[in-house]
Design a protein around this ligand. Structure first.
Ligand code: FES
Length: 151
C-alpha cells in the first residue's frame, strides 16, 4: 500500500470515528432530555369573574379545582386533589361537603377533614385578578381557607 493511500484511509477513518462519537453524544443528550412534560401548568387563567356563578362551586376538571364565588366573601379556589392518595374529590351540594370516591374521605366545605383516611385538609390556592381582567390561579401558592379575592 502506498503511503498516500494509507494516509487517505486513515483520515477517512478518523472522520468516521468522530462522526460516530458525535452521533452517539447526540443520542445520549436526546435520551436524557424529556420530550414530553406530563405535569400540567400550575399557574393559569380560568376566565373572567362573570364566568362564575354565585352559589355552589364550579368544578374545572382539567385544572382539578373548585372555584367558589360568594357575594359577600368573593372568590376562593380549592384544590380537588384528595390529600390521601390524590384522587379527585367531588362536591355535593346536598350536604355541602367534598367526598372522595376512592377511599371515602369526607371534607367540610372549608376543606377540613371530617372523615379519613385523608391526613390533611384540602388545599386552597391563590386566585388573583390579572391585568386582562381574568382570574389567575397559582397552585404553587397555598393560602389559608379564609383567603378571598374580592372583585
Ligand atoms: S384518595 Fe381520597 S380517600 Fe384515598
Amino acid at each position: 500500500m502506498k503511503r498516500r493511500t494509507f494516509l487517505n484511509w486513515g483520515t477517512a477513518g478518523l472522520g468516521t470515528l468522530w462522526a460516530a462519537i458525535g452521533v452517539s453524544l447526540g443520542a445520549v443528550v436526546r435520551f436524557l432530555t424529556p420530550s414530553v412534560y406530563y405535569e400540567p401548568p400550575r399557574n393559569f387563567k380560568i376566565g373572567t369573574p362573570a364566568d362564575f356563578p354565585f352559589g355552589p362551586p364550579t368544578f374545572l376538571a382539567d385544572e382539578k379545582i373548585f372555584v367558589f364565588r360568594d357575594k359577600e366573601k368573593g372568590f376562593a379556589v380549592a384544590s380537588a386533589v384528595c390529600t390521601h392518595l390524590g384522587c379527585t374529590v367531588q362536591y355535593f351540594t346536598s350536604d355541602r361537603r367534598f367526598h372522595c370516591p376512592c377511599h371515602g374521605s369526607v371534607f367540610a366545605s372549608d376543606g377540613a377533614v371530617l372523615h379519613g383516611p385523608a391526613p390533611r385538609p384540602l388545599e386552597w390556592v391563590e386566585v388573583t385578578l390579572a391585568r386582562d381582567g381574568q382570574l389567575r390561579v397559582d397552585k404553587n401558592k397555598v393560602v389559608s381557607a379564609s383567603y378571598r379575592l374580592m372583585v
